[in-house]
Design a protein. Sequence first.
Length: 996
Amino acid sequence: MFIIKEVEPQPIREEIEQAVVPWVWETGTPGKSKAAQPVVVELKEGKEPVQLKQYAIKPEVRREIAPIIDQYLNLGILQESESEYNTPIFPVKKPNGKYRLVQDLRAINEITRDIHPVVANPYTLLTSVSEKFEWFTVIDLKDAFFCIPLALESRKYFAFEWENPDTGQRRQLTWSRLPQGFKNSLPIFGNQLARELEEWTTTQVTVPSMLYVILQYVHDIFLATTERDICSQLTISLLNMLGQGGYRVSRDKAQLVRTEVVYLECEISKGVRKLGTNRIAAICAIPVPRNHQELRSFLGMVGWCRLWILNFGLLARPLYEVLKEAHWTWGRAQEKAFLELKQALKEAPALGLPDLSKEFQQYVTERHRLALGVLTQKIGPWKRPVGYFSKQLDTVSSGWPGCLRAVAATVLLIQEARKLTLGRKLEVYVPHMVIAVLEQKGGHWLSSSRLLQYQALLREQDDIELKTTPHLNPAEFLRSDREEGELVHDCVEITEQVYASREDLKDVPIDGPDWELFTDGSSFVENGTRYAGYAVVTTLQVIEAKALPPGTSAQKAEIRALTRALELSKGKMVNVWIDSKYAFGVVHVHGALWKERGLLTSQGSTIKHRDEILLLLEAVREPAAVAVMHVPGYRREDGKIYQGNRLADKTAKRLAKEIRIQSALIPARRNPVNSYMKDEPPYLPDDVKLAHLVKAQKNDKGWYVTAAGQVVVPVKIMQAILETEHYKCHWGAEALVKFLKNEVISNQMLTMAKRVNATCPTCVKNNPLVRKQVQMGGLKVGPQPGDYWQIDFSELPKAQGNKYLLVYVCTFSGWPEAFPCRTNQAKEVVKTLLKEIIPRFGIPLGMSTDRGPHFVAGIIQGVAKALGIRWDLHTPWRPQSSGQVERMNQTLKNQLKKICQEAKVQWPQALPIALLRIRIKPRERIGVSPYEVLYGKAYHAATYQGDPHLTGDQVLLNYMLSLNKTLAAVRGALQWNRPLPLENPVHDISPGDMCM
């Protein structure tokens, strides 16, 4: 636990004790401000009352806080209430073993209006305390928030439940004063005390303002004066004002008329502030962190002291890296950083208080993407540090060249220093030519808004003066008498050499090139489909032009075009013209920046077209010499450059529509190994062993074929077949293997299929993690196909006016039907039932639905009664009752998402293919598909060129034989896999019967 010892109490001087009103000192009874008006708490509009139950409190703990409750009741700070609001209390144990009463007001804070917190910044609060002030007083108000009353109408919001530990009586209590834990208590009290202090200084203080300064941070008051007598006089006057105003001062924490005091955990004396010894001791006593929470706590405590620690960011970096990882790792680097930070605290220097009558000097450097610096003021011939700075550069500037990172570091630390300098003259020393590199190279790397911001701060501010220094770290700057000097490197030259995608890349044409190429990428939408293509041409001929997959963006097409032009120019001198500013910027500027930044955007996410940009950065090094120029694409001028650009544009647009039609959205029925059987099979010993096991014979091409026509496929080829067939339908491993085993057989088919399924990006993105559960019972199943259906509505993103999908599932065969609907009303159910289901499958014996209003409506029940359809309603709040249709909803959605992602169509267009995939997929338990159950034959896809298509008596005979075989298999599969209905007895044994 992080505990800072209190300041050692010292006796109050006799002359002060006798001069102040005695009731100013705290006596255990909170005060009450006489000037404060009752606070009215306003709620946000439309918020409901908060009603939270009380936490369980141990009886012994309740007895500990009972005296506190009784005291507050006697003083009127607490009072009984009957409120519709209630929030819990929880006692917190203090280091001395006693308990503090704390109320959990987070829910109330959520519904109350915010007040802008006008609270002093502790970081800059002491900037007005100059070296001339030698005597100080620090006053800490006791029970400060209880000094402010609450309006009667606002007290109900802070009610809580209290049970007396002795009598067991429960009652509701609420606060009549401003409670702790309320988000607006701090600014409300701070503003009230500030008003009373301002009135005191203007009406009661006669000392000239240049001889004293008074500061306030919430309930802590700081007084600094130039002379002891003035400090004593103002301290007595201030204490009397507070006592007569109703406030109470902590006697133990009072530091009155001293040359050294502790304020905001800093030890302050004439012109100096340093870390409090109690704070340093408490931080150094923290043990080695064991988890992320303890490490965050340590960094928070030590981070408050970063102003005193040179290069804090560099020292703490290994610890911050741990917080970025999900798993806890603690190694030597972290142990070293942990100990170095503690040692730096022990050696923390005494910083000078900012003297606004003097000029400031600041040294800035950048190391490891951190802005480091020290702010100083001269005291005689020496530089006394006022504060050490270390700030992490943002994601954007972290990817800039080193010299530009120094520019960003300069701007960042100037902004930090100005919080202390308050407009005084600031000389900034940097080991880089900041203005030169910003003006000449900033436009390539900085956005327009950031460039203007940097220029405004570095060039147009009267209080900022930039100077160069040869020193490379703050310690050298502090020790050296020589501040300015010449640099040992040229920032502009270094930036050009290091941060180009290639050192000799030009943006003006090369003399005497081997090739002059023009590239263009095209992407446009026509009839709802985005077409894309690219072209690489000269002024006279097309070098290469191809279509790209539908959905390819224009930027991606432009990058692809430039990449191919550079790859085709390998070993040659080439000039390349492009009309894309994006591709031009990638190859000349942004590509190197993104690569340096780890291919991340300014928000830290991966950049678009990451892989294509990496290929482009590799391809730019292929030519012997290369120049990439930008040509405005909108101009219709004559000349070689514009003619070549127009030819590339026309060619890319023409080729974009010549896309290859891929019929891979559904599985084909032809043997998938046919395309491999032209070559000799690469059988391994295990493959031959399998062939002998299944009694396969070699055909004339050397392939093993079983008597049933199955081809024994080598493992290497089987892997490729499984990948190809899986990407057509995205079925599960077992279903895919069952589907393929009619044609092929191989070793480890299921294992390979599972591996393919697990590595498919589309399946990983869409398939949920499902674990099999114990089956509790069977749902009702119809005796024949189409006799009994489960129905449900599923909601999908609105497309083509349809927002809902009405799904029917035949419980006997698993055959799905689905219909896009604009609404989920009863009329949609009646329409599909009368126009689709009954005309195709006949009048069903029964239907099964949940209890939604679209299924229990009178029109539905009336139609069912008239047609003699039994309408079963599921158990409410139990989705398992609709298990078959709920599972079908999930399967349909997954298939729709996969088809939409691959074919770039909307879900109503993808629905027929999704239904086909499900209908022809073999069911896991029975081994046959719904299509085979319904039609008695396997699904037959379209034939391909080169495959013989036989017709006649032989085909009819084969069909009849197949039908008989399929029906026999289906009958057996369904008979043994049908679940027993819950209302029928499972056996003929009754309670009391004797059985063996």
